[in-house]
Design a binder for this molecule. Structure first.
Ligand code: TRP
Length: 350
């Protein structure tokens, strides 16, 4: 796997940490995911126990009108994971709907969270506005932080490396963990630490916001050379940099943001920045360099992804194996929560 020069820094990790990360299957992953989380997962899997969750149930909380899209995105997500180097021998790749114990955990945990607490969650607030859900929010959507808490505590996670938008979800998880510990009068769950992804947010090619599927301003991992070139050529640079000899601005310049994230020669990029700021360096030179960097990095990912998608049986087996492995852990944690809730256990059927 060709990896960008700067290996992702992983501070504050101990080998006993259990890591859970995940994505909603709603479409192909893009360079923002690569910089923001996938590269960290590829490194983390060598250091700690890691589960990567294909959160199809969470995807349905705002896609109940597009169930086929969610189902149709599951194997593509697994292919994206494997193509960038997430190794099923080191990381469990788990399908959320394949672990029904998570639903039971969610139901129990819902008793520990108030509606107003969910309504105050800043991530949920933003997402409700973005989806135009203000008039009528599906219960499943407003309650998904409880389901995500069930994911994190169910898998026994101690660490959740993710973007800043996931912090309120981790905080909600820890409130639930403390409530269960109080109920059980012992420590059932460790609190989960949020590790904010160090790569920061990769801007979209238009420079208007972060790279995102819905904004259509992202380069996907599976994009071919022609699309990569088109995207780079369309990238926002410095509108004040009209002639080559004009001094240019590096800050807010999308081409430099991508070179910073992916160019394997950061010293050369530093030199280019100096030159750009002084004037005399044209956007085309930079864009051609970025086309080269991205094409070289993505070509093996794209071909591996294609090869994997031609073998859905293998992808399903990876997912089934990972799901079964993770499920055993969730079962153990569910029985502790059932005990905390004093649930009457029936004898096994004769
Ligand atoms: N909320 C995450 C996202 O939007 C997906 C997710 C579901 C997740 N369950 C999780 C992430 C548990 C980390 C841990 O992509």
């Amino acid at each position: 796997m060709p990896m960008p020069a700067h290996t992702v820094l992983l501070p504050d990790i101990s080998t006993s940490d259990v890591v859970l990360t995940g994505d909603r299957p709603t479409g192909p992953l893009h360079l923002g995911h690569l910089a923001g989380s996938l590269l960290a997962r590829v490194e983390l899997q060598n250091v700690v126990k890691q589960t990567v969750l294909v959160a199809d149930l969470q995807a349905l909380t705002d896609n109940s009108g597009e169930t086929a899209k969610v189902r149709g995105s599951v194997l593509g997500l697994v292919a994206d994971y494997l193509a960038v180097g997430i190794d099923p021998a080191k990381s469990s790749i788990c399908l959320q709907s394949g672990v029904p114990e998570l639903a039971e955990l969610t139901i129990l945990m819902m008793n520990l969270v108030t509606q107003s607490r969910l309504e105050r969650n800043p991530t949920i607030k933003t997402e409700i506005a973005a989806r135009g859900f203000e008039a009528s929010v599906p219960i499943g959507f407003i309650a998904y932080p409880v389901s995500q808490a069930a994911d994190l505590l169910g898998f026994g996670a101690t660490l959740c490396p993710s973007g800043a938008d996931q912090l309120p979800l981790v905080e909600q998880t820890n409130e639930i963990a403390r409530a269960i510990n109080r109920m059980a009068d012992k420590k059932v769950f460790d609190e989960v630490r949020h590790l904010r992804s160090v790569a920061g947010r990769l801007p979209g090619i238009d420079g208007a916001g972060k790279a995102s599927k819905s904004a259509g301003n992202a380069i996907n991992l599976g994009d071919d050379a022609a699309r990569i070139r088109d995207c780079v050529m369309a990238m926002y640079t410095d509108p004040g940099h009209l002639r080559v000899e004009d001094p240019g601005d590096v800050v807010g310049n999308v081409v430099f943001a991508y070179l910073d994230a992916f160019d394997p020669h950061p010293h050369e990029v530093a030199g280019l920045k100096e030159h750009y700021v002084m004037g005399g360096l044209g956007d085309m030179v930079l864009k051609r360099r970025l086309v080269g960097v991205l094409s070289e990095m993505l070509e093996p990912i794209r071909s591996e992804r294609r090869r994997l998608l031609d073998d859905p049986g293998y992808l399903l087996k990876v997912l089934a194996d990972g799901t079964n492995k993770s499920r055993a852990e969730v079962k153990r944690n569910l029985s502790k929560v059932r005990e905390a809730f004093s649930i009457l256990e029936l004898p096994p059927a004769a």
